[in-house]
Design a protein around this ligand. Structure first.
Ligand code: SAM
Length: 213
């Protein structure tokens, strides 16, 4: 996602240290202290403008949500939504999701969401894909043994790559959807900004998997 540089973004982020963390490493093992209640922790990597994570927090007051986003001008838009929501169970991190193993203790996270991750279609950029083996290793390090990884995308090539990557890592599939919006089951689908924009053009793919501990 490319957005124009927003001069207001950095000062706005600095005004809200209670809702957004820019130096996550010192909070390793202590993320529950950022929330008003100790409860399961779900993390979205590549949160974008925040529609998914804020709506999830609204629907699930029994869960604490953390959105990680690497771009300052993008997460500032998510932060606006978090501020307006006044919800006690949502926090943001401005940082690179590649480093989650340095932000969290083992077993600190119950669930990780990857929504419409950047496809990085060139083979030489494979390591940047959020479902490549290096990322999976870091997710495994911080997820609880039964913790779930949920990935959805409109990009068929990235989805095919991800199924192979998760399988080669030994993950166990809990569910695969080749057209999430036409699914007959009662699966919850809180839509992201990208999902709303691109679902008219083709199917949305989803996989939910856990690590084989
Ligand atoms: N999840 C949102 C949605 O579905 O509307 C945004 C999708 S957008 C295509 C991908 C987002 O992931 C961008 O905002 C990008 O900056 C962010 N991103 C990419 N790599 C990342 C990383 N390593 N750590 C954190 N965020 C990342």
């Amino acid at each position: 996602m490319r957005v124009r540089n927003k001069p207001w973004a950095k000062p706005y982020i600095e005004e809200h240290p209670n809702l957004i963390v820019t130096d996550p490493v010192p909070l390793k093992g202590n993320w529950q202290s950022r929330f008003s209640a100790v409860q399961p922790l779900h993390v979205e990597i590549g949160t974008g403008k925040g529609q998914f994570i804020v709506e999830m927090a609204r629907l699930h007051p029994e869960i604490n949500f953390l959105g990680i986003e690497i771009q300052t001008s993008v997460i500032a838009i998510a932060l606006k939504k978090v501020v307006e929501s006044e919800l006690p169970n949502i926090q943001l991190i401005l940082s690179d999701g590649a480093d989650v193993d340095t932000f969290f203790d083992p077993n600190e996270i119950d669930e990780i969401y990857l929504n419409f991750s950047d496809p990085w279609p060139k083979t030489k950029h494979e390591k940047r894909r959020l479902t490549s083996a290096g990322f999976l290793k870091n997710y495994q390090d911080v997820l609880k043994p039964d913790g779930l990884l949920q990935f959805k995308t409109d990009n068929r090539g990235l989805f095919e790559y991800s199924l192979v990557s998760l399988n080669n890592f030994g993950m166990i599939f809990q569910g695969v959807w080749l057209d999430l919006h036409q699914a007959n089951d009662e699966v919850e689908d809180v839509q992201t900004e990208y999902e709303q924009k691109f679902s008219a053009l083709g199917p949305i793919y989803q996989v939910i998997a856990k690590f084989n501990q």
